[in-house]
Ligand binder design. Structure first.
Ligand code: C2E
Ligand code: CA
Ligand code: CA
Length: 381
């Protein structure tokens, strides 16, 4: 992007082609290489032991880091690699790419020119799970978590409207561990309650600090695990946290998943109504991936739904995903709900959704999750 901006698209494109050539020259059959959108490439390494894969990643990063000649100048690029490995039960290609992509985002965050492994083997190994559980407990006591915030963009004005709070756990031995690995471990061990309380207070603290600096109508969105949502003291703890930090329900929005509907539907509906009467806005996350049918939407007292990134990702290439996304937007609008698209990574996805009147957007095309200080800088721009 930097090269495109400063030297023009043609130079950027030529260099990307050279990157592709260098990569192609550094792998050998049965390995293969594909270019995803933009500056992302995928390398598939069949039937190789893990250490060979990491060696290859290191080699490819070095190959990309060698200087590029442009007229009299030397240009330098950095590369970040994400690795996912599977021994059995290999998921679908798009899921594999998603895992590798998450890992590469972590590599990028750890300073580029490096690689990270997706934590799937972590999640499947019983001993690792047990030791992670202990580590989670310690991390809670020692306050070793932090929050990152990912902006949501209004489809009409293009401005940042709010930000989703996403939990981060830098683990001392294992590097950064994804919440999609440790949140389930917290859920099965009961640690999800204290962890959720930690998140609630951390986000309220950040929001109160932001209110003191930038007086903006700018809510933070919190993900609430179904287990914490069902907790008898959830609403009480939520309102108490707001009061402690001098906030109002307009400052914090709630995001739930269809998982809350798996048990005690009546109970869930009445809790949601209470939340809305108190003035909270509620969204349904990962919409379309759960077990529930579409019909429950009409009875659910919520304000927004989020089209799951698995549909968004396939919009440009797959007619069915495009049709589902269009139908979700139209259905939601007819029911008086707003629609957010998550995981928007390309212009093509964005324009498709915009053309079909999606209200808000979230994804790497606009911004990744970032620490509080960076968010503040973005908001002042
Ligand atoms: P989610 O709620 O669906 O959050 C969106 C995830 O997609 C985040 O991953 C975000 O960083 C990632 N993402 C956003 N835009 C893009 C994009 O354009 N491309 C790609 N490939 N990814 C994108 P993250 O932060 O790793 O969180 C994973 C999941 O962990 C979340 O999924 C959520 O279910 C859970 N989680 C995160 N923080 C919390 C929390 O504080 N409490 C609870 N209960 N769950 C949390
Ligand atoms: Ca979410
Ligand atoms: Ca989601």
């Amino acid at each position: 992007k930097l090269i495109n901006d400063s030297m023009g698209f043609e130079v950027g494109d030529r260099i990307l082609r050279e990157v592709a050539n260098r990569l192609a020259g550094s792998i050998q059959a049965p390995q293969w290489l594909a270019r995803l959108e933009g500056d992302e490439f995928v390398v598939v390494v069949p039937d190789a032991p893990g250490h060979q894969v990491t060696q290859l990643a290191r080699r490819l990063i070095n190959v990309i880091a060698r200087p590029y000649q442009h007229q009299q100048a030397e240009l330098h690029l950095t590369a970040s690699a994400g690795i996912t490995t599977h021994i059995a039960n290999v998921p679908e290609p798009l899921e594999l790419i998603r895992e590798a992509d998450l890992a590469s985002a972590q590599a990028k965050q750890s300073g580029r020119n490096t690689w990270r492994e997706y934590a799937n083997e972590l999640a499947s190994d019983v001993n690792t799970r047990l030791s992670l559980r202990t580590d989670l407990q310690k991390a809670l006591v020692n306050d070793h978590f932090s929050m990152h915030y990912q902006p949501l963009i209004n489809g009409f004005t293009g401005r940042i409207t709010s930000a989703e709070a996403l939990l981060r756990w830098p683990h001392s031995d294992r590097g950064y561990i994804s919440p999609s690995v440790f949140v389930p471990i917290a859920e099965e061990s009961g640690l999800i309650v204290p962890l959720s309380q930690w998140v609630l207070h951390a986000v309220c603290r950040d929001k109160a600090a932001l209110n003191r600096k930038i007086m903006a109508d700018f809510p933070f969105i919190i993900n609430i695990s179904p287990l914490y949502f069902q907790h008898p003291r959830f609403v009480e703890e939520l309102t108490h946290a707001l009061a402690t930090h001098n906030l109002s329900p307009q400052d914090i929005q709630i995001e739930i998943t269809e998982g809350v509907l798996l048990e005690r539907v009546d109970h869930t509906i009445s809790k949601l109504s209470t939340l809305r009467e108190l003035g909270f806005s509620v969204s349904v996350d990962d919409f379309g991936t759960g077990y529930s049918s579409l019909s429950y939407l009409k009875d659910l007292p919520v304000d927004k739904i989020k089209i799951d990134s698995s549909f968004v990702r396939q919009i440009a290439g797959d007619r069915k995903s495009a049709a589902i996304s269009k139908a979700i937007i139209s259905l939601a609008h007819h029911l008086g709900l707003k629609v957010v698209a998550e995981g928007v990574e390309t212009e093509a996805q964005y324009w498709f959704l915009k053309r079909h009147f999606c209200d808000e957007f979230q994804g790497h095309l606009f911004a990744r999750a970032m620490p509080m200080e960076q968010l503040e800088t973005r908001l002042r721009e």
